[in-house]
Design a protein around this ligand. Structure first.
Ligand SMILES: [Zn+2]
Ligand SMILES: [Zn+2]
Length: 144
């Protein structure tokens, strides 16, 4: 993401543009997949700001609606840019914690059941898949 692009995100969301915020936003945009605060910190460069600052920045981003939080089963929290690729889902390796986007949504049948049979008005949903990535399968990982 170019500097001007970064600045306009902050402007639109009413956030001050600081070096740490620009670094965090750029790292998320460049990587293009979900990251934990710790992984983000490594990508930004440990020397340029501390982990607590990354956490604080992400909290601001979350409140401003810049990032979406993916909470996987009580594990680490993952962050991705809200507008990075539209609505999608994730698949997560429970062994090495690799996470990938699944760029589709086929859950119309669930929504129909909830709204027609149970009379709910559905406003959102989340769906994450858990399994083993190819590397971990080769290493003989299996569910405990
Ligand atoms: Zn794995
Ligand atoms: Zn969906």
């Amino acid at each position: 993401m170019r500097r001007n692009g970064l600045e306009s995100v902050f402007e639109k969301k009413g956030l001050y543009s600081t070096r740490e915020r620009r670094g965090t936003l750029k790292a998320l945009a460049d990587y293009g997949k979900p990251l934990t605060a710790k992984q983000l910190h490594e990508r930004i460069g440990r020397g340029s700001c501390d982990l607590a600052t990354v956490h604080r920045t992400l909290t601001h981003f979350e409140k401003a609606g810049i990032v979406r939080v993916i909470a996987l089963d009580g594990r680490s929290r993952w962050f991705e840019l809200k507008d990075h690729s539209g609505h999608h889902h994730h698949v997560f390796c429970t062994s090495c914690e690799r996470i990938e986007d699944v760029p589709m949504c086929r859950i119309a049948a669930f929504t129909r059941y909830a709204s027609e049979k149970l009379k709910f008005r559905i406003h959102s949903h989340s769906l994450e898949l858990f399994g083993f990535c190819p590397k971990c399968q080769k290493a003989g990982k299996s569910p405990r």
